[in-house]
Design a protein around this ligand. Structure first.
Ligand code: NAD
Length: 361
């Protein structure tokens, strides 16, 4: 039966980069037998303009019916003056919570061809390929009680609650172990078990889950050391798994190791492997409409979709090989341009990936 994919272009460069990913999907459909149905809907500022809300009911309904969702990006200066309840970003948050997307997968991959783009020495980062698995729907960002209260002496006090149930820890650890089994078979669980009871429990559950995966090595690291190690020797990691807040911070640091925001995909998964796939960057209003945005992060998000939601690992590999090939050919959008390379626009890069897809074995 064909799989349903919902396309949400969003705002800014979203429609431009998503068009290139759709070009790739259409090639997989016509040349490689991928059985899919595509649907498209509005989200973010574009949805607010058309329907008065960044996540119209119709979009959420289509997202619930889909097997996987591809999102461009949302937001832009035009919508910044809006009330926070209808800002474009609310559309994203609504999709995440409405679909129960609790596992955020953020790979940090540095193609050797782009090693000079990192601020770190090429030998430290060249060939980097790590996966951060971040818990996305629990922890301190959602824990209650929360707020700001006034004390008897008139001073204000702010407070949040770090809270995780065993079942929440268990399911995110299993996602990490399942992924590690398809990669380097090493999971590093990041916590602060020396200070926070909640993450003492996290570590306890991690050890328990690890016993179900005898062929995969489990290690533990305090989050402060993990931050240092990411900068010092990032290639030591295969899969890192951590809480919502620690993952928020570490995944951004890891992304910046690569130096090229236009290259990094991400996935957010529910309990059944359904997922929303999107580049990690935003809507880049500064370059929107110019045809110069890098579509590779969005195209690589498709590869993740094929691997994690559509059970098509060979096609996922093919996309990644095609991207590798266009980089080998010296094609670069302006954000990753280097001396001696040939500068291309968004559409030319998409076309080159499609040509490479057909050539790859
Ligand atoms: P941004 O990621 O949009 O842009 C940061 C810089 O990176 C800009 O100079 C931009 O031109 C460049 N850039 C980003 N993606 C690129 C690409 N594919 N190719 C070439 N260059 C690229 O971050 P920002 O400027 O802080 O935010 C802009 C808007 O995007 C804001 O409204 C913000 O809220 C929103 N945003 C959305 C998401 C999302 O949809 N998931 C994520 C982050 C920011």
């Amino acid at each position: 039966m064909s799989k349903k994919i919902l396309i949400l272009p969003g705002d800014g460069i979203g429609p431009e980069i998503v068009a290139e990913a759709v070009r790739v999907l259409n090639c997989l459909r016509t040349d490689f037998g991928l059985d899919i149905d595509l649907d498209e809907a509005l989200v973010g500022g574009a949805a607010y303009d058309a329907a008065g809300h960044p996540l119209p009911d119709a979009t959420l309904e289509l997202a619930k019916e889909a097997d996987a969702i591809l999102l461009g990006a949302v937001g832009g200066p035009k919508w910044e003056p809006l009330d926070i309840s209808v800002r474009p970003e609310k559309g994203l948050l609504g999709l995440r919570s409405g679909l129960g997307l609790f596992a955020n997968l953020r790979p940090a991959i540095l193609y050797p061809q782009l090693a000079d783009a990192s601020t770190l020495k090429p030998e430290v980062v060249s060939g980097l390929n790590l996966m951060i698995v971040r818990e996305l729907t629990g922890g301190i960002y959602f824990g209650r009680p929360r707020g700001v209260r006034e004390l008897e002496n008139g001073e204000k006090e702010g407070y949040n609650t770090l809270i995780y149930r065993e079942s929440e820890i268990d399911r995110i650890l299993r996602v990490a172990f399942d992924i590690a089994q398809k990669r380097g078979r090493r999971v590093c669980s990041v916590d602060k078990a020396n200070v926070l009871e909640c993450t003492e429990l996290w570590r306890e559950v991690a050890i328990r889950v690890g016993e179900d995966y005898p062929g995969t090595e489990l290690s533990h690291m305090y989050v402060d050391n993990a931050a240092m190690q990411l900068v010092k020797a990032p290639k030591q990691f295969d899969v890192m798994v951590t809480t919502n807040m620690f993952g928020d911070i570490l995944s951004d640091a890891a992304a910046m190791l690569t130096g090229s925001i236009g290259m990094l995909p991400s996935a957010s998964l529910d309990e059944n492997g359904k997922g929303m796939y999107e580049p990690i960057h935003g809507s880049a209003p500064d370059i929107a409409g110019q045809g110069v945005a890098n579509p590779l992060a969005t195209i690589l998000s498709l590869a993740m979709m094929l691997r994690y939601s559509l059970d098509e690992p060979a096609l996922a590999d093919r996309i990644e090989k095609a991207v590798d090939r266009v980089l080998d050919q010296g094609l670069r959008t302006p954000d990753i341009h280097a001396e001696g390379a040939r500068e291309v626009g968004t559409a030319e890069m998409g076309e080159a990936v499609v040509a490479a897809l057909r050539e790859c074995d």
